[in-house]
Design a protein around this ligand. Sequence first.
Ligand SMILES: NC(=O)c1ccc[n+]([C@@H]2O[C@H](COP(=O)([O-])OP(=O)(O)OC[C@H]3O[C@@H](n4cnc5c(N)ncnc54)[C@H](OP(=O)(O)O)[C@@H]3O)[C@@H](O)[C@H]2O)c1
Length: 311
Amino acid sequence: MRAAVCRSYGDPDVVTVEKDFPVPGLHAGQVQVRVGAAAVNFPDVLLVADKYQMSVPPPFVPGSEFAGVVAAVGDEVNTVAVGDRVFGTALVGAFAEEIVVSPEALTATPDGVEDWAAAAFGVAHRTAIHVVRSVARVQPEEELVVLGAGGGVGLATVQLGALFGASVTAVASSAEKLDVALRDAHPAGVDVVVDPVGGGLAEPALRSLRWAGRFVTVGYASGTIPRIPLNLVMLKGIHVLGFQMLSFATNAPDEFGRNEADLIDLLSSGRVLPHIGRRFSLDEVVAALQFVADGRAIGKVVLDVSRVPGR
Ligand SMILES: NC(=O)c1ccc[n+]([C@@H]2O[C@H](COP(=O)([O-])OP(=O)(O)OC[C@H]3O[C@@H](n4cnc5c(N)ncnc54)[C@H](OP(=O)(O)O)[C@@H]3O)[C@@H](O)[C@H]2O)c1
């Protein structure tokens, strides 16, 4: 099969497209998916550089979010069938024509939703709905500030926040601009801050909260985990909250399941669609990874895996 392969760690240009990479073996309890599209995320860049929180030994195929069609099912799989359209997540393997995963990693792609949208819809929007609805518990007409609003999680949080009736302020870039912009826009303070960026943006954003406002830490795209003076929290009675997908799914399974089901309805009905900043072919995988590594992506970046070169 055609696959983007990392044979040694390094910058994105260590990844090469190979025409005869072996299709992963299909065992009992597994599903083989013919990939139509895959989303490119910053952790893919980190895995190729061996700077992620876990290592994958080369050679491996990067890529963690995908959508396509079930091509084969192993013994004991009865939740999906050959020909079903699905989307899902894995640690690696998505930048290839075929991927093998467990059925639990897959969700049915709603009718009318194309592969590029389904591939880009996974983690960012799921994070956003759980954070907005269950962690921050955003109420209609509350003032919601979203940091890193040009990124996947940020943009999805802006969409979901608006859908749940909040008045949303989307914030990008520097701490100085953030401080000025928020004081100006919300002199009385805001109700909720959602922060997938961390670093120098977190403290001015937390300072912009009103009394008893909520600050939700979601990620550290800046590369720095902020240290906030707790007196700021004390003085304003601020609620500091955190979200992490796996621990939320494990500890609040009912709420997790409800949010996920409602999100699929929102996708099916077209009320929520991921914003695609740029699409690349599989042959352009190095450019796609570099685009994400350089922080140039707005929203999600998608690889059209099934697009055949020259057509
Ligand atoms: N907790 C969870 O379960 C969970 C789930 C999904 C993702 N995450 C985490 O959430 C974070 C964001 O993920 P993502 O997919 O949205 O990433 P992304 O698409 O790469 O977006 C990150 C955004 O962060 C901003 N940013 C990056 N570096 C910055 C810096 N030095 N200073 C200021 N802003 C900076 C940029 O926003 P602007 O340039 O537009 O300001 C960028 O658009 C990551 O750390 C990810 O690991 C956590």
